[in-house]
Design a protein around this ligand. Structure first.
Ligand SMILES: Nc1ncnc2c1ncn2[C@@H]1O[C@H](COP(=O)(O)OP(=O)(O)OP(=O)(O)O)[C@@H](O)[C@H]1O
Ligand SMILES: [Mg+2]
Length: 768
């Protein structure tokens, strides 16, 4: 038997495995039903075996046969002989226990039994005691060790092979003692640990109480909590807030300094004390003075300034009449500044604050996707902080500042939450007197704040917000306006930044104009300021090196010297030199822009004609492309396009530039590009166009006329084709630009093409 020791007096079930065992069992069955069980440990047979009697058999679920076997007596192995059936017959000399037992064995047996009873009791298995009592003789008791889980197979083998009963019992006593010692050691360790923990816990509680008592005794002194109490008493908090803060103060008092909560509560209290609950600045309602301040800060923009003054006038009147005058409430919609970068939205906001005599702070919303940015994180988060609105309020230090919400059009939303919902609550006069920040967890009154949102484009402002806004548009400046801004504001600033005195540098208007036309191409003045900064820094360097002595006059030549070659040249002429390219106008995030639409045609190879669209095309623009193509295909005769040419596959591409916000206005440009391609007539290099096209070839009106015309002008174009119904919008274009441009108004695509395309080669040669 592999790794199994069966002792006499044991009854076990033996599953028959292998042919040797089968043969032995079969032989025993036919004979006296005795078999000799010999342990085989590590492949080696022992010299002592156990003679056992075969009992009943049963079938195991695995199909093997199993027998009840009862060990009877030890036997020493003698010589053996195999029979034909495969069984091995051995000579077995029985070893019989001495009868009756000696006094000594009886005593050893008593001791062994006592130890065993001790062990099984400590393990809580009293049934085993009954089982042990059943042993009739000392030998029987000793051999029950074969059942014990405490002994290894090797130990059991030793029990089998120790033939002297006294020795056998002594061995078992020794082993059982050590098992018992192990067990009680484990128990001791366990109870020691439990006891120790109790002790430290008790100590901790006592310490906490001690801490609290100490604090009590200290009351009225200069400890942390009472300092807070003093500050809170002076903060002028509204009632609900006061209740909350008092609760936290009480909590602080009860919390040990070692507890992390202590720090969290203090941070919270610090925030609550930093909120300007009851601090206001006095509003200035002197409208003449306000206008003077607006004029001082910004050149031009008279419409915008008019609107702001109007807004202030309404507030003033309401105040005088005793009507409610809060931030947005009762004073109309929220004024929102919309326009391309660098046109002065942010600085205008600052100026409004100055004119009103209010504090100014700015919250940058660009790229915010998480509601928690606006509203803060709940205090259950580690490291939680209030949101940006609360931080802005703290920074302002008054409860009625001007807060600029910069780039409200670039607020995103995704799974982290929708910040625009929180913004809506901030901006809505009906809700913002009870704004809730997740961190502060109290109602905050924002109704006296004047919020001024800004945006580059209005299209991406979330609709519910847009609904509450009154948009004030800053479309960009003409060259003349830019010159004036540079002269009145930018130069002074960059000269100072370069460390020069204003009287040390003079710049001619021609030179400024040169910087504008050759080195910048923008709706606003940010790059202009940057380029002027470059010039003044170079002047400063030369002055420092004594290569120039002030006063220094910046002329057109010096601009060339300091800024190098013009950055922009006449791109339009180069691009439109070949048929298939048309110059369009669009409004993008950076203001008005010129975009080129390219068309190419390939043979369909009998697969039917397809259209491929590439480049920065929005969905609406793709639709415009389809419409343009369908129009061209159904008007080939009228457009004098060769038979079959329009049935080819087309590729339309709008290279570079940001995605236009108003897709359909590229309709006429796309149609023109395709017709130019198919007729071989290039687009005139001085012309730009915009307009939506219907399948019937009608030209529909578009938006952003001013921005588009300014962009065309900036690019050096002199003619603009516009939808007939946009004729009235020309009034928005500043006079100085209007005078320099020629406008063509079209109500049908045919007219557009007539203005836009060079005469055909035939026509030209005929004319020649
Ligand atoms: N009409 C103006 N008069 C005087 N300075 C101006 C005028 N317009 C713009 N500026 C100046 O141009 C710079 C850029 O303006 P600002 O930063 O306010 O632009 P913005 O419209 O907020 O741009 P963005 O959309 O990129 O935030 C500022 O220094 C501002 O003072
Ligand atoms: Mg700005």
């Amino acid at each position: 038997m592999d790794d199994v020791v069966v002792l006499p007096h044991m009854t076990v079930t033996l599953a028959v495995e292998g042919d040797d065992q089968k043969a032995a069992i079969e032989a025993a069955r036919q004979g006296n039903r005795l078999i000799l069980l010999v342990p085989r440990i590590d492949g080696k047979y022992g010299t002592i075996g156990t003679a056992a009697r075969l009992g009943e058999s049963a079938d195991l679920p695995t199909g093997a046969e199993a027998f009840m076997i009862r060990g009877e007596y030890r036997a020493r192995l003698g010589g053996g002989q195999a029979d034909i059936g495969g069984a091995l017959w051995v000579q077995a000399d029985p070893i019989v226990e001495p009868e009756p037992p000696t006094e000594k064995t009886l005593e050893l047996a008593r001791e062994y039994r006592a130890l065993l009873e001790n062990l099984v009791e400590s393990r809580g298995v009293p049934q085993v005691v009954q089982f042990l009592r059943a042993a009739k003789t000392p030998g029987h008791l000793a051999d029950l060790a074969g059942y014990s889980p405490d002994f290894s197979t090797e130990q059991k083998l030793e029990v089998l092979e120790t033939l002297d009963l006294e020795q056998r019992l002594t061995l078992l006593i020794k082993w059982t003692r050590s098992t018992l010692a192990d067990a009680s050691l484990k128990e001791k360790i366990r109870s020691d640990v439990a006891e120790g923990m109790e002790k430290t816990q008790r100590e901790f509680l006592l310490r906490q109480q001690l801490e609290a008592i100490k604090k009590q005794l200290n009351e009225g002194g200069s400890d942390v909590v009472s300092t807070y109490r003093e500050k809170v008493a002076k903060a002028g908090m509204p009632e609900g807030v006061l209740t909350e803060v008092t609760r936290e103060l009480d909590r602080l008092e009860r919390t040990s300094e070692q507890n992390p909560e202590y720090g969290w509560i203090r941070t919270y209290l610090d925030w609550m004390l930093d909120i300007p609950w009851n601090v206001r600045s006095e509003d200035n309602y002197d409208l003449v003075e306000a206008r003077r301040i607006l004029d001082e800060d910004h050149t031009g923009l008279s419409d915008v300034k008019d609107r702001i003054i109007e807004f202030l006038a309404v507030r003033k009147l309401r105040k005088e009449r005793g009507l409610e005058v809060l931030g947005g409430r009762g004073s109309g919609a929220i004024i929102t500044l919309v326009g391309p970068p660098g046109v002065g939205k942010t600085s205008l906001g600052e100026s409004v604050a100055r004119a009103l005599g209010r504090k100014f702070t700015r919250v940058s919303l660009g790229g915010i996707r998480d509601e928690a940015d606006i509203r803060g994180h709940r205090r259950t988060y580690v490291g939680a902080l209030p949101g940006r609105i609360v931080r802005a309020l703290k920074e302002a230090g008054t409860k009625n500042p001007v807060i600029m919400l910069d780039e409200i059009d670039k607020v995103g939303n995704d799974w982290r939450g929708d910040p625009s919902a929180a913004l809506l609550e901030v901006l809505d006069p009906a809700q913002n007197n009870t704004f809730r920040d997740h961190y502060l967890e109290v109602d905050l009154d924002l109704s006296e704040v004047l919020f001024i949102p800004t945006a580059n484009v209005s299209e991406t402002i979330p609709a519910p917000l847009l609904d509450r806004m009154e948009l004030i548009r800053l479309d960009g400046y003409t060259e003349e306006e830019k010159v004036a801004i540079a002269r009145d504001h930018l130069l002074r600033r960059v000269v100072k930044q370069a460390g020069l005195n204003p009287d040390e540098v003079t710049v001619t208007e021609d030179a400024i104009m040169k910087v504008i036309t050759d080195h910048t191409r923008e709706a606003g003045v940010r790059n202009l300021e940057r380029e002027l900064g470059k010039i003044t820094r170079k002047v400063a360097t030369k002055v420092a090196k004594a290569e120039l002595t002030p006063p220094v006059a910046i002329t057109v030549e010096r601009v060339r010297e300091f800024l190098g070659k013009p950055r922009f040249d006449n791109e339009v002429a180069a691009r439109t030199a070949v048929p298939g390219v048309a110059t369009g106008l669009a409004v993008t995030g950076t203001g008005g822009d010129v975009l080129f639409v390219e068309a190419a045609a390939t043979d369909s190879n009998g697969h039917g004609s397809t259209v491929i669209l590439t480049g920065q095309l929005g969905d609406v623009m793709k639709e415009s492309a389809q419409i343009a193509l369908s129009y061209v295909r159904s008007h080939t005769d009228e457009l004098k396009i060769e038979k079959g040419a329009a049935d080819k596959s087309f590729h339309i591409h709008v290279p570079e530039g940001a995605v236009p916000k108003d897709g359909p206005s590229a309709g006429v440009t796309m149609t023109t590009a395709i017709v130019s391609l198919l007729t071989g007539r290039p687009v005139r290099s001085t012309v730009a166009m915009t307009g939506e096209v219907t399948l019937q070839g009608l030209v529909l009106p578009i938006g952003g006329v001013k921005q588009k015309v300014l962009a065309a002008h900036r690019m050096g174009l002199t003619e603009v084709i516009l939808p007939r119904r946009n004729e009235k919008d020309i009034d928005d274009v500043p006079q100085s630009v209007r005078e320099k441009m020629t406008f063509h108004f079209a109500s049908r695509v045919g007219e557009v093409l007539e203005f836009a395309l060079e005469p055909s080669a035939n026509a030209k040669s005929q004319a020649a």
